[in-house]
Design a protein around this ligand. Structure first.
Ligand SMILES: NC(=O)c1ccc[n+]([C@@H]2O[C@H](COP(=O)([O-])OP(=O)(O)OC[C@H]3O[C@@H](n4cnc5c(N)ncnc54)[C@H](O)[C@@H]3O)[C@@H](O)[C@H]2O)c1
Length: 267
């Protein structure tokens, strides 16, 4: 693997770095010369990434467990002596659920993973990021801005991630720590594949996801990785920003009413 110098000598933690978008981000940072600490709760994919990427280290850890996040940060400092960037990527999109099908407990668990997991690690990392005048990159989602049918809990967690990014950017600017988020659209990952497989017609769902972008294709994890390296290494005057990596999915007007089944009594 060719190693560049855009982020040479820097140390980056990537959560959920074992596969999908997180793996794309970990690869992009290694290619830019950084040392990468991969956090994942899935040991097999985390170890496989560690093998693939020279200069990376895998730490088996779950972002919803505060003790795991403490060990992740202390292990990073023990091995590399510094921390320059935290990429909060680990997250989950549950299968489609109408509001009446959602459970409060399920919503609470999703908040723990998609929102509080990000905050826990960030809070623990801040003393080190202040020393290095580093940065945080949260992986949000375009649906946090534009909504998505049958996904109230997911959309709420991602809207909160984007809002949290802006609030933290304000508080941390005095320490020279930048805080930004990336909002991907449809990116072809194991999560997307699993999500489509759970649909009555997976091929039609994938086709729909492909055509949702004016660019006529889904994005690749490497393209989110490129955006993350840009934010960390070159976007020195960007903080509190939401970088859309969507192939233009949010642009224009389109037929939207047909997505919903209107209950008979409301017709
Ligand atoms: N794929 C998309 O189209 C898309 C679009 C917008 C936003 N996102 C966001 O991007 C992020 C990554 O999505 P993906 O599609 O790559 O998902 P994925 O399921 O393919 O990969 C997620 C990785 O995170 C790990 N993980 C899950 N829970 C964890 C936990 N508690 N602790 C540590 N690791 C954990 C998994 O083991 C896995 O390796 C998520 O936050 C998701 O919401 C994805």
């Amino acid at each position: 693997m060719a190693t560049g110098t855009r982020y040479a000598g820097k140390v980056v933690i990537v959560t959920g770095g074992g596969r999908g978008i997180g793996a794309g981000i970990a690869r992009a940072f290694v290619e830019s010369g950084a040392q990468v600490v991969i956090c994942d709760k899935d040991e097999s994919c985390g170890r496989a990434m560690e093998q693939e990427l020279p200069g990376s280290v895998f730490v088996l850890s779950d972002v919803t467990k505060e003790e795991d996040m403490k060990s992740l940060v202390s292990e990073t400092i023990r091995r590399f002596g510094r921390l320059d960037c935290v990429v909060n990527n680990a997250g989950h999109h549950p299968p489609p659920e109408r509001p009446e099908e959602t459970s409060i407990q399920g919503f609470r668990q999703l908040l723990e993973l998609n929102l509080l997991g990000m905050y826990t690690l960030t809070k623990l990392a801040l003393p080190h990021l202040r020393k290095s005048r580093g940065n945080v990159i949260n992986i949000s989602s375009v649906v946090g801005m534009i909504g998505q049918p049958q996904a109230v809990p997911y959309v709420a967690t991602k809207g909160a991630v984007t809002a949290m990014t802006k609030a933290l950017a304000l508080d941390e600017s005095q320490y020279g720590v930048r805080v930004n988020c990336i909002s991907p659209g449809n990116i072809w990952t194991p999560m997307w594949e699993k999500w489509a497989a759970a649909m009555p017609d997976p091929t039609a769902k994938i086709q729909e996801g492909t055509l949702a972008q004016p660019l006529g294709r889904m994005g690749q994890p490497a393209e989110v990785g490129a955006a993350a390296v840009f934010l960390a290494s070159e976007a020195n005057f960007c903080t509190g920003t939401e970088l859309l990596v969507t192939g233009g999915a949010e642009l224009g007007f389109g037929r939207k009413a047909a997505q919903y089944t209107v209950p008979t009594e409301a017709q």
